[in-house]
Design a protein around this ligand. Sequence first.
Ligand code: KIV
Length: 282
Amino acid sequence: MKKTLEYLKEKKKNNQKIKVLTSYDYPITKILEEADIDMIILGDSVGTNVLGYQNETEVTLDDMIHHTKAVCRAKKDIFLVVDLPYKTYETPEEAVKNAKKLIELGADAVKFESIRKDVLVSLKENKIKVMCHIGLNPQHDQARMMQGKIAKGKLFSEAIELLNGAISLDKAGADLIILEKIPGKISKIITENVSMPTIGIGAGKYCDGQVLIIYDLLGINERKYKHSPTYINIRELMIKTIRQYQNEIDNDIFPNEKQTNIIDDVEYNKIRDWCLKNNINV
Ligand code: KIV
């Protein structure tokens, strides 16, 4: 079943949770399709999770284009949101030009960080579906993050700014919004006062949906985060499996007869005789 924006909005209306994960490539997208997830976010978290970058500000539009193509080769029914990376929406015109490139490749919507009504309105005027992203904004909050100040909205002034921001983005036509690292009680107020679905990450259970970084969920990342339980430790499983593979090579267990191509005896004898005649060891 196609997961359209209308389908996601209907879920909010019916108090049904929206389930979201990140994906950056073809095989994971195929798996998420099979697992029937509602939405994929191809976030700029691709930078630290896949590309080995220091932080989100290093991610380029070309990186996002490359990964959008890979995800779209597997995408069928899931709603796909792709991030506009750092400094690609400095002006509304730039935002529209860059968003169109991602939409043309198959993204259903684009996402940008911070409370920028001018950017939102231009995207909407160009019939582009938009997910906003407030709370912790990694593209703009690196200095804060270095000081370990991850949560946003714990103080009155910050919480009011987030609440007013969410309401004004909702009124200006935002289709969806990420609430990142916002206290659960503040996310609840926001969720109850906007018509667009809210998707939380480290923002408590009252959001309309939840998103996690797929590599955190699967335990591929070494780092553990407060907001993200590890459902399975794939990293450990992978290391164990790779060790077993090496061990089997050392002990002549792999490859075995079944995994080896067989040559017919008659043909082999001809080759052996030829080798002997030509002084080739056999
Ligand atoms: O970059 C990202 O993966 C995000 C998450 C909050 C979904 O923005």
